[in-house]
Design a protein around this ligand. Structure first.
Ligand SMILES: N[C@@H](CCC(=O)N[C@@H](CS)C(=O)NCC(=O)O)C(=O)O
Length: 285
């Protein structure tokens, strides 16, 4: 058996990538219309699972074997969810923030914050609400292969979370920014340049250690080449930093895709998905 020191090196050696963010919406067609018409996303795939009374739609800016996606879940008969206070936003990078925000406004969407420099910085941002009230930060940026560029979650102890995502998920701390004037610190965590790929933005608000989770946002999925080794590492790291494995590694009955899932120290869920099984699901392996 490998020493625990060697096992702990696995996440950094693994080939990882953010696959999708999973969350619940009250009306699939309403959200698909909003994301395609206002954000310019493509509808990538849809599946209905009547025996379990739910349906999914996947949307994004490129194919799922190269790009991040949103996986919308519609549960039959449920038209409203509580987003809670901990979930922050998804972000979309665009070359023309004014045009995007005007499209949202013209289609009846809510512009929660008009385009302008971020408080305490220079990047031009805006905030809009999607039909269920999920916040989308719109970021003015040059051309990028991944416009669906952030998932922001609030955490109660930034150092603990940075350690967790480095050790358990093999992410790098790409950037950290303290904004004392507005009493918060952010850490960008990910696998590659934040302008080229999706990143997890962790936000710590000074003095705030607890948030509500609601029942709307579910998890992010990340690819791995070995769910079993990955789960071994997560198990060790949760013992040190908190969090827990919620699904032991193995194939999902019926689908056969191997996954493992776990909670971070704040209770945010991550699912690691076998890379080859995922490509098979897409019909690309
Ligand atoms: N208190 C904020 C801290 C994070 C924050 O302020 N983030 C920046 C973006 S990195 C923001 O939303 N700025 C609002 C603005 O510039 O209007 C929160 O929890 O969302």
């Amino acid at each position: 058996m490998a020493s625990s020191e060697n096992v702990l090196e696995w996440p950094q050696k693994d080939k990882r990538r953010f696959l999708h963010a999973v969350y619940r919406v009250g009306d699939l067609d309403r959200t698909i219309k909003f994301y395609t018409e206002c954000f310019g996303m493509k509808l990538l795939r849809k599946r209905d699972v009547p025996e379990e009374k739910y349906a999914n739609a996947f949307l994004g800016f490129g194919p799922e074997d190269t790009n991040f996606a949103v996986e919308l879940t519609y549960n039959y008969g449920v038209d409203k969810y509580d987003i809670g206070t901990g979930f922050g936003h998804f972000a979309i990078a665009t070359e023309d923030i004014t045009k995007l925000v005007e499209t949202v406004r013209a289609s009846g969407g809510k512009v929660a914050r008009e385009p302008g420099p971020v408080k305490g910085g220079t990047t031009v941002i805006a905030f809009v609400d999607d039909p269920d009230g999920y916040k989308f930060e719109i970021i003015q940026r040059g051309p990028t292969p991944e416009p669906l560029c952030q998932v922001m979650l609030r955490v109660g102890d930034l150092e603990r979370s940075i350690q967790f995502y480095q050790k358990a998920c093999g992410m790098k701390l790409l950037r950290k920014k303290d904004v004392p004037d507005y009493k918060y610190t952010i850490a960008m965590m990910g696998y590659a340049d934040e302008h080229e790929t999706t990143v997890l933005e962790l936000t710590y608000n000074y003095g705030v250690t607890e948030y509500t989770k609601g029942n709307a946002y579910a998890q992010v999925a990340i690819s791995t080449e070995d769910v079993y080794k990955s789960a071994e590492v997560v198990d060790i790291v949760t013992k040190e930093l908190g969090g827990k494995i919620t699904r032991q590694p193995g194939p999902i009955p019926g689908l056969n895709t191997k996954i493992t899932s776990f909670l971070d120290p704040d209770g945010w869920k991550t699912v690691l998905v076998d890379h080859v099984d995922f490509l098979k699901e897409l019909g690309k392996a």
